[in-house]
Ligand binder design. Structure first.
Ligand code: SF4
Ligand code: SF4
Length: 403
């Protein structure tokens, strides 16, 4: 890390006026009640290390690694401290200085998602393993879920609008989503086509880079962003993403190099604002739907209202926010693998809230949260589907797993 990068991080840390408004918003502080596990405490620690007053040692790393990068603190901060960029930058320094050994699952995942060929392999492997004991152990949907119902990831480069064309969009597939959430990708194409949009799926797209960005590999994250920017620039269309974790990263591609214009939009915002719904017949769904709001949707994209707007189009459904939506579920990219104890405590709160809600469905806009929550529910013996909002909408339009 160069001197100017250190100066830039210090300048960000110096924006903090230590008001403490972020402290009660922080999920890890709520659990440990330690100032050093709060955003204000972490900013002070990072400032101390960047200024050379504090050692960059294992104790410091422990407090930084325990941060979920949920960015609830950014939402609360009147000084607009860019906590996410600050902690990502400091993690890069940790990575370069101490080279902490991460779990094999995290290392393997990052290697797979960095190339389209390996992603295709991951996707095929997921399909083969789906429904098996090993597949369930690593979090793949089982018989009742996407693969078992015959869902297939969109494989063509072009899906024409049904009826008169209203517009054209391109679709970002993601990495984990291709393997774990093919149903949502197919459902998204299905709904967009029904509304009159032609969907282009550019080949060669790669992982958004979030996994690398939040684990201190900024150069690799940057390379992935550059690749996606050039792949999507060729299509020259708005880029829609279905998983809010990817969307949060894609929305911040601006300023990461000059390779091609990139116009990103979260699919919920796009569909909520789209015209054409009045011409589509929707089957009623007489059920309570609890909405889990992923941190990336709330704190980065600030787009949670669009999920409610979208689900409001399901006739007969009662839509309720899940209690505690201002707190992360603990999945947080690879956090559930690196910090399983804290992740488990945060998920327990969510499972309690779901059990109390009386809902028949839980929806969440992020694939990581979906798999994590579904595991937690299954472990508690609660038989409740956790689905993406667009998948639920698609089902009311007649979606049967294929676009
Ligand atoms: S990003 Fe989340 S976990 Fe990290 S300090 Fe901010 S509120 Fe706390
Ligand atoms: S809210 Fe912002 S300025 Fe206040 S303590 Fe937190 S990071 Fe610092």
């Amino acid at each position: 890390m160069s001197l100017s990068e250190t100066d830039a991080l210090l300048a960000e840390a110096n924006r903090c006026v230590a008001c403490g408004l972020c402290v009660p918003r922080c999920p890890t502080y709520r659990q440990t009640l330690l100032e050093s596990d709060s955003p204000r405490g972490r900013v002070m620690l990072m400032k101390g290390v960047l200024e050379g007053r504090l050692p960059l040692n294992a104790r410091f790393v422990q407090h930084i690694e325990l941060c979920l990068t949920c960015r609830a603190c950014e939402r609360a901060c009147p000084s607009r401290v860019a906590f996410g960029s600050l902690v990502d930058g400091v993690r890069e320094r940790i990575e370069q200085t101490l080279r902490p050994r991460r779990p094999w699952s995290v290392r393997l995942l990052k290697r797979f998602v960095a190339s389209p060929a390996r992603l295709a392999l991951l996707s095929r492997g997921a399909r083969v393993l789906s429904g098996s004991r090993l597949g369930r152990r690593v979090g793949l949907p089982g018989n009742r879920d996407a693969w078992g119902r015959g869902a297939r990831m969109p494989t063509r480069a072009n899906y024409p609008a049904r009826g008169p064309e209203r517009g054209r969009v391109s679709l970002f597939l993601g990495c984990v989503a291709r393997a774990w959430d093919a149903e949502t990708l197919s459902a998204s194409v299905f709904v967009l086509n029904r509304l009159g949009y032609t969907v282009v799926v550019p080949p060669g797209q790669v992982c958004c880079g979030a996994l690398h960005q939040h684990t201190g590999e900024l150069a690799q994250a940057h390379a992935l962003a550059q690749k996606n920017r050039s792949v999507f620039a060729d299509a020259g269309l708005p880029v829609l993403s279905t998983a809010s974790g990817c969307g949060a990263t894609l929305s911040e591609y601006e300023g990461k190099g000059a390779a091609g214009a990139f116009s990103h939009m979260d699919i919920h915002a796009f569909l909520d604002r789209s015209e054409g719904w009045e011409g589509i017949e929707r089957a009623p769904l007489s059920a309570t739907i609890a909405v889990h709001e992923p941190c990336t949707l709330r704190n980065v994209l600030r787009g949670e209202s669009h999920v409610y707007g979208l689900l409001g189009r399901v006739p007969g459904a009662r839509i309720v926010p899940l209690e505690g939506n201002d707190q992360c579920c603990g999945a947080a990219g690879t956090y559930f693998l690196t910090e399983p104890a804290m992740a488990g405590r945060l998920r327990d709160d969510k499972i309690e809230a779901i059990a109390k809600s009386g809902a028949q469905y839980v929806v969440t806009a992020n694939v990581g949260c979906r798999v994590w929550l579904a595991h937690g529910l299954a472990a508690r013996g609660l038989d409740l589907p956790v689905v993406h909002p667009v998948t639920l909408i698609a089902q009311t339009l007649g979606f049967k797993g294929r676009c």
